[in-house]
Design a protein around this ligand. Structure first.
Ligand code: ATP
Ligand code: MG
Length: 250
């Protein structure tokens, strides 16, 4: 790793790819996507749900929601946003969902510039354990987002030396330019919401409300699906939907 005083800025435009388990999608994900769209002036953001996350299996008592359901909730969540889309690419590929395979498939389509892979700093810190991290960094720019509560530090400290050595870092350690691929790492301070899918699942499992953390349509669909054992809330959620519809249509 070498340090330069110049910041490797990125020209506006291009596509953001937001990968994740989205089990389920929550308002924290949507806030993160909106902030990244604005900060990098992206043309659009594509959410890519992982069919079989290599590092997450769920448990016998708390299984992960099926990929088709997580996908459907994503579709509901992005419906009203003109610059948000969902791509089922990882659902159509058998085996574990490796991001490097997804980025290679997209690169094969011949896009003019590499996409921006959007990732929270909690996940970025574990990237050395992902499949072919060196290849990942050459296939996409990375927007690494602040995420409470683990916000402290800079990119240069979060990335292991073995991966950092491919980059020239800015002097503040918050951005970097890949020496051979020309791709970038950018640390983005966003106005993040302290919400996690784990918390949402845990609340629903205790039959506590989670409506403050989910888009309303997603909340209803999650409750109706019966995942996360939110059975006692079904009646309540049904009432909310009916009440909302009555209000809108007088
Ligand atoms: P879980 O608690 O099950 O791990 P999660 O809320 O972390 O769920 P994921 O699907 O694991 O959601 O995350 C997908 C991506 O979104 C990751 O890069 C993660 O860092 C990022 N992310 C998740 N929640 C937030 C948030 N509130 N703010 C910023 N980034 C987030
Ligand atoms: Mg997570």
């Amino acid at each position: 790793m070498t340090a330069t005083s110049a910041k490797p800025l990125r020209a506006p435009g291009g596509v953001g790819l937001f990968g994740g388990t989205f089990d389920p999608i929550h308002l924290g994900h949507l806030r993160a996507a909106e902030e990244t769209l604005r900060a990098l002036q992206l043309d659009r953001i594509v959410f890519v749900p992982s069919a079989e996350p290599p590092h997450k299996t769920g448990t016998e008592t708390e299984p992960m929601a099926p990929a088709v359901d997580r996908m459907q909730w994503l579709r509901l969540a992005v419906k009203a946003h003109p610059k948000f889309e969902v791509d089922a690419i990882e659902l159509t590929r058998p085996g574990p969902s490796y991001s490097v395979d997804t980025l290679r498939a997209l690169a094969a389509k011949g896009e003019a510039r590499p996409p921006v892979f959007i990732i929270g700093c909690d996940a970025f810190r574990l990237i050395a354990g992902w499949r072919e991290p060196e290849a990942l960094f050459a296939l996409a720019d990375f927007a690494v987002l602040s995420r409470p509560p683990s916000n402290r530090g800079a990119l240069a400290q979060w990335i292991p030396e073995a991966l950092a050595c491919a980059f020239d870092f800015s002097s503040d350690g918050r951005s970097a330019l890949h020496r051979s691929a020309g791709t970038r790492l950018l640390q983005l301070e966003i106005d993040a919401l302290d919400i996690s899918s784990s918390e949402v699942r845990a609340a629903l499992a205790r039959n506590e409300p989670a409506s403050a953390w989910l888009p309303p349509a997603v909340h209803c669909a999650v409750i109706e699906s019966g995942h996360y054992r939110g059975a006692n809330e079904c009646a309540e959620a049904g009432n909310v939907t009916v009440h909302g519809r009555n209000e809108r249509h007088g």
